[in-house]
Design a protein around this ligand. Structure first.
Ligand code: GDP
Length: 296
C-alpha cells in the first residue's frame, strides 16, 4: 500500500510550521512529497514539474486556518489544483453538427480503441437513441476489422461491410457515404493503431482527418501507461485537432496518473473512461475520483 499524501505531509509540515502562513520552506518541503506521490502514481515527469510549480504559486503565503493542520491545508491545495487541471465533470461527446456526425477514434494499438468505439456506439444508441454506423480503418490488421464487426453484432450496432484492398481514406469516404444514404446520425471511425507512435501512422491519421473532417477526434489512451503517456499524447495532438480523451482500463490497479499527463499535455477534456471489457463498462469522467486515486 502507498502511504497517503496526507500522512506524509503531516509528518513533515506539522512539526515545521508554527501556525500562520505557509512559508516558502514549508511548501518546498511539502512539494518533495507531492512530487514523489505523483511519480508513484505514474504521472509523467514533465507534467509533475509544471504541476508542482502551480501548487507552489498557490500555496506560499496561504494562511493556515485554525481547524486544520498545515499538512491538511497543503493536501487541500494539491487536491484543488489537481481537480482543476483534470478538468470539469460531465463533458461528454458533442453531437451538435449536421448528420451524419463523424467521430474519429485514434490511439496506439492495444489502447482499447476498438472496444471503446463499440462502447461509445452502444451508449449513443441506447441512451441517446442515435442511429450509429461503425467502420474499421485498420487496413493492415484484418483481425481488427473482424473484431469491430463482432462487437457490432454483439451490441446490435451496424458496421460498414468490409471490402478488401481499400485504403483508410477510401473506407472513411465510403463510411460517410453509406451513412448519408442510410440515414445514420453518427459515424464512428476506428482508425489503425501501432505499437508505438510512428510517422507513417501519423501521416495516415492526418489524411483520414482531412477526408472525414471529424466533429470529434478522440484519443484513446490506456490509464496504465505511465511515462509514455506524454509521447503518445503529444504525437497525436500535434498532428490532429483532438477534441477529447477516452481513458481505458480505469478498472485496473493503476493509480491513474496518465489521466493528469494526458490532460495536461493535450489540454483536452477526458470525455469518457473505460472500466472493464464489457460493452456497457464505460462511464463519464469524475475528476474528484481520479484525484483521490492519484493522491492515495
Ligand atoms: P485496440 O488495439 O486499441 O483496438 O484495443 P482493443 O479494443 O482491442 O483492446 C485491447 C484489450 O483491452 C482487449 O482485450 C479489451 O477487451 C481490453 N480493454 C479495452 N478497454 C478496457 C477497459 O476499460 N478495461 C479493461 N479491463 N480492459 C479493456
Amino acid at each position: 500500500m502507498f502511504e497517503s499524501l496526507q500522512d506524509r505531509l503531516s509528518g513533515i509540515l506539522d512539526s515545521l510550521t508554527r501556525r500562520g502562513a505557509l512559508t516558502e520552506a514549508d511548501v518546498s518541503a511539502a512539494l518533495r512529497e507531492v512530487r514523489r506521490a505523483l511519480l508513484e502514481a505514474d504521472v509523467a515527469l514533465e507534467v509533475v514539474k509544471d504541476f508542482t510549480d502551480k501548487v507552489k504559486e498557490r500555496a506560499v503565503g496561504v494562511e493556515v486556518v485554525k481547524s486544520v493542520t498545515p499538512g491538511q491545508m497543503v493536501v487541500k491545495i494539491v487536491n484543488d489544483v489537481l481537480v482543476e487541471t483534470l478538468g470539469s465533470e460531465g463533458v461528454t461527446i458533442d453531437l451538435n453538427a449536421p448528420s451524419p456526425v463523424p467521430i474519429m477514434m485514434v490511439g496506439l494499438q492495444g489502447s482499447g480503441k476498438t472496444t471503446s468505439t463499440a462502447k461509445i456506439a452502444k451508449r449513443l444508441t441506447d441512451r441517446q437513441k442515435r442511429k450509429v454506423l461503425m467502420a474499421s480503418l485498420d487496413t493492415r490488421r484484418p483481425a481488427a476489422m473482424e473484431q469491430l464487426k463482432f462487437l457490432g453484432e454483439q451490441g446490435g450496432i451496424d458496421t460498414l461491410p468490409i471490402v478488401a484492398g481499400q485504403s483508410a481514406v477510401q473506407i472513411a469516404n465510403r463510411a460517410m457515404q453509406a451513412a448519408r444514404l442510410g440515414g445514420y446520425d453518427v459515424v464512428l471511425l476506428d482508425t489503425a493503431g501501432r505499437q508505438s507512435v510512428d510517422e507513417a501512422l501519423m501521416a495516415e491519421m492526418a489524411e483520414v482527418y482531412r477526408a472525414a473532417q471529424p466533429h470529434e477526434t478522440l484519443l484513446v489512451a490506456d490509464a496504465l501507461t505511465g511515462q509514455d503517456a506524454v509521447n503518445t499524447a503529444r504525437a497525436f495532438s500535434e498532428r490532429l485537432d483532438l477534441t477529447g480523451i477516452v481513458l481505458t482500463r480505469l478498472d485496473g490497479d493503476g493509480r491513474g496518473g496518465a489521466a493528469l499527463s494526458m490532460r495536461a499535455i493535450t489540454g483536452k477534456p477526458i470525455k469518457l473512461v473505460g472500466v472493464g471489457e464489457r460493452m456497457d463498462q464505460v462511464e463519464e469522467f469524475h475528476p474528484e475520483r481520479i484525484a483521490n486515486r492519484i493522491l492515495g
